[in-house]
Ligand binder design. Structure first.
Ligand code: PMP
Length: 357
């Protein structure tokens, strides 16, 4: 039976990427040595790392005064790393709280220094991105999460703030599904296991001017400048995860780059949302103007029907469709790697279930 993987992360890879990775695991580029077995200081891996950086710079349109870094610790270490480096005594960091992960980032900053909530959607169960963002007097940065993986909402554009406020964005769950608008941010970061490959590496892109304002009285491994100055290799980097990112980026380029992926993301999400809107049996979680093109959240009329649907879906090969425990219902994660045909197959299943029930 085929499996249709709707996991929110780690999530499915394009089949061609998985095939290329399988070959390189045994023999990377005819060296006779598997990619995970090459020294990170050898020419094979060093060359690959620079090629990977080049692909990021080209595909994400990264300005030359920005560093591209490959870091360990997942998206979550960035929640802590950002305030640790930049939230210095006497300053305030602003946070947009629009979901589970942005709230975690906010709490890590609260543990470090003075914070201000610039907007929150908690009072409306995160069904929409707030219309209004109110910054503090002179924030050291404003942090927001472009796509709320759990609630299925997405900022349609970066928050409107005074031009001197550095924007820091967690773009983990929508990277490359649209242009990341790097030049409008001081820093963006994305863990790899949703749109960029597998768990173990986080892509961090930051303006060098901004990196330079970070504290120097921290252990070297916790400072961004260390990763910039040492080409992401102050120690052994997650070589295999970086290699898989390289294959994902190569595949993205083959799909027509970000423009190609953006068109696919629009097609896939419209197919699902227009079906949900046209089928009273289902209710979407996010309000229309705040909907995510990556994580589509919806429910049936009762939790019992949700449970029945999930059981039948699993039996039919649709896996990881359950909503996060804090949101309930269903969530279809349709990241860059998800083919349109798989979304169409899901819509057919949902239509059949609605008709029978
Ligand atoms: N940010 C977002 C938007 C996420 O969806 C997630 C999680 N899956 C994280 C951060 C946390 O990432 P990690 O598990 O790599 O720490």
């Amino acid at each position: 039976m085929p499996h249709y993987n709707f996991s929110a992360g780690p999530s499915s890879l394009p089949a061609v990427v998985a095939d290329r990775v399988a070959v390189s695991f045994r023999d990377f580029r005819g060296t006779g040595i598997g990619i995970a077995e090459h020294s990170h200081r050898g020419a094979a891996f060093e060359g690959l790392l620079r090629e990977t950086e080049g692909l990021v710079r080209r595909l994400a349109d990264v300005p030359s005064d920005y560093a591209v870094m490959f870091m360990p610790g997942g998206g979550s270490l960035q929640f802590y790393g950002v305030p640790l480096n930049f939230l210095v005594p006497g300053r305030t960091a602003d946070y947009c709280v629009t979901g589970h992960w942005s709230k975690k980032a906010y709490y890590d900053a609260v543990a470090i220094g003075q914070t201000h909530v610039a907007c929150s959607s908690e009072d409306v169960r995160h069904v929409r991105i707030p219309a209004q963002v109110t910054t503090s007097a002179n924030p050291v940065y404003l942090h927001y999460c472009t796509n709320n993986t759990i609630y299925g909402t997405q900022w349609q554009a970066p928050p409107t703030v005074p031009s001197d406020v550095p924007l820091v964005a967690d773009i983990s769950s929508d990277m490359f599904s649209r242009p990341p608008r790097v030049a409008e941010h001081a820093m963006v970061y994305a863990c790899a296991q949703k749109n960029l490959g597998i768990a173990g590496v986080t892509l961090v892109i930051a303006k060098r001017d901004f990196i330079a304002t970070g504290r120097r009285d921290l252990p070297a491994m916790l400072q961004y400048r260390t990763f910039d100055e040492q080409g992401s290799m102050p120690n052994t980097p997650p070589t295999f995860a970086i290699y898989v990112m390289y294959e994902m980026l190569t595949w993205i380029a083959e799909q027509g780059g970000v423009v190609g992926l953006q068109a696919r993301a629009q097609q896939k999400s419209s197919l699902l949302y227009s079906f949900i809107d046209a089928t009273p049996f289902y209710t979407g979680h996010a309000e229309a103007g705040s909907r995510s093109q990556m994580n589509v959240t919806f429910r049936c009329a009762t939790p019992e029907l949700d449970a029945k649907l999930l059981a039948e879906a699993t039996a039919a090969g649709f896996v990881y469709l359950a909503g996060h425990r804090s949101a309930g219902g269903m969530r279809a994660s349709i990241y860059n790697a998800m083919p349109l045909e798989t979304v169409a197959t899901l819509v057919q299943f949902l239509a059949d279930f609605a008709r029978k029930n």
